[in-house]
Design a protein around this ligand. Structure first.
Ligand code: HSE
Length: 434
């Protein structure tokens, strides 16, 4: 069977898809019997340099030509406005869409899935999460028999690359970001990566399909890596932890926690060893237990691999439409998003090295039923402060698991203590221990 494929948006990923289809088209045909014929590729700017030369006869600047001349449209423009219209216009023609647009699906996915369902067309989005890792298919198909209990992992290649370069190789932030951009990992607007939004889009989308709980993206707690202080990375290391930007979705009864933030992981945790552009996602199901998925989370070739796998699935859907009714709009009615997370915490206070300070901090924690797991005070001086220029040292408190609301109230009180200088640092710790 021949299936005509059109692409709208020929940036890093679009160029990768063109290259893959032209290089591996025969292999795909041998394996599947499906011939994916690239008919048209639209982009606004054909002057910019690309890693692979797109044949001239395929190029256009008119996206409508792509819709007209294809059986399936690949949306790779990104963002929300035009991408939504393009997908909607393609659906209206009764044609399926393959997209890598996590931003759009996290924020407008419920509506898009509803429209796809209504019109009886397929929407494939394997490339939207985890680059080349087949995580969407794994959750929707391979793990379908399970009640999913938790999904957590490293979902952004750019920030993981930056953290690896900074923390393991001593490269400064700006240079590490520049490298990630050159390698084609970063979003067009890299603050989406750095400030945690890209990870948040991805964990939201995974939550939709895993827990059946559509919620507003604006309810997700998001904190990126911009504020990370190297002092905490060092102190965390001494306590046996590695810092990663983690995306977490956990079910507790009828409540779902969905959050993205820098997180300390025990150094022996498999996720702590995931470095560079790699992503890893842990999925925990009630029957299967924990399963981990690992691979390149960004870049032209891995993402193209996911896009083209969706094209093959879409072609199969076109051949056998009756078998192509996997539901995207199922909803667990009672599931609500909770912001009262339950976690262990690393806290750092900058304090003068004087008697009674630890006692006053631990008193406040005890008043809020927060139990201390360990304490680390360094003689290392952070700064000189106060009228007499007294030395200020970092005091680190590691807590047992506690609820976030209690923790925030306790921190407000501790911050108001005259001996605590500046804003306390809070980093959540993800580990099995209570
Ligand atoms: N900017 C994203 C990342 C690309 O760095 O993970 C893949 O979605």
């Amino acid at each position: 069977m021949k299936v005509r494929v059109g692409i709208v948006g020929c940036g890093v990923v679009g160029t990768g898809v063109v290259e893959l289809l032209l290089k591996n088209g025969d292999t795909i045909k041998k394996k599947t019997g499906i011939e994916l014929v690239l008919t048209r590729v639209a982009d606004r700017d054909w002057q910019k340099s690309r890693a692979f030369q797109v044949p001239y006869q395929l190029r256009t600047t008119d996206y409508r030509e792509v819709i007209e001349q294809s059986d399936v449209v690949v949306e790779l423009v990104g963002g929300k406005g035009f991408a939504f219209e393009l997908i909607e216009e393609t659906f209206q023609k009764g044609k399926p869409v393959v997209t890598a647009n996590k931003h759009l699906l996290a924020e407008e996915g419920q509506e898009l899935f509803r429209r796809a369902q209504e019109r009886g067309v397929w929407i494939g989005f394997e490339a939207s999460v985890g680059g080349g890792i087949p995580i969407i298919k794994a959750i929707r198909e391979s793990l379908v028999a399970n009640q999913i209990e938790a999904i957590y992992g490293i979902l952004n290649g750019t920030t993981n690359y930056i953290l690896t370069r900074m923390l393991e190789e001593g490269v400064d932030f700006e240079r590490a970001l520049g490298e990630a951009q050159e390698k084609g990992y970063a979003e067009a607007d890299p603050s989406l990566d750095i400030d945690g939004w890209d990870s948040a889009h991805k964990i939201t989308l995974l939550s939709f399909i895993a827990f059946g709980g559509f919620f507003r993206f604006s309810q997700v707690y998001v904190e990126g890596i911009r504020e990370v202080d190297l002092l905490d990375v060092e102190l965390g290391r001494e306590l046996g932890y590695t810092l990663k930007l983690l995306a977490i979705a956990k079910r507790r009864g009828e409540e779902l926690e969905v959050r993205v933030h820098p997180t300390f992981l025990p150094e022996e945790d498999p996720l702590a060893k995931v470095s560079d552009v790699f992503n890893a996602i842990m999925v925990q199901g009630d029957f299967v237990g924990k399963t981990m998925f690992y691979g390149r989370g960004a870049g032209a070739h891995p993402t193209a691999s996911a896009v083209v796998s969706d094209l093959v699935d879409t072609a199969r859907c076109l051949m056998h439409p009756a078998n192509c009714r996997s539901r995207l709009d199922w909803q667990e009615k009672n599931l609500t998003l909770s912001d009262d997370f339950y976690s262990r915490y690393y806290l750092r206070f900058d304090v003068p090295d004087k008697p009674g300070i630890l006692a006053s901090i631990s008193r406040v924690l005890a008043d809020h039923q927060i139990s201390i797991a360990s304490v680390l005070q360094k003689e290392k001086v952070c700064k000189l402060a106060g009228r007499e220029g007294e030395p200020v040292v970092p005091l680190v408190v590691l807590t047992h698991k506690a609820y976030e609301r209690s923790m925030r109230r306790a921190l407000e009180e501790i911050r108001a203590l005259p001996v605590v200088l500046g804003k306390p640092v809070l980093i959540r710790v993800e580990e099995e221990a209570e």
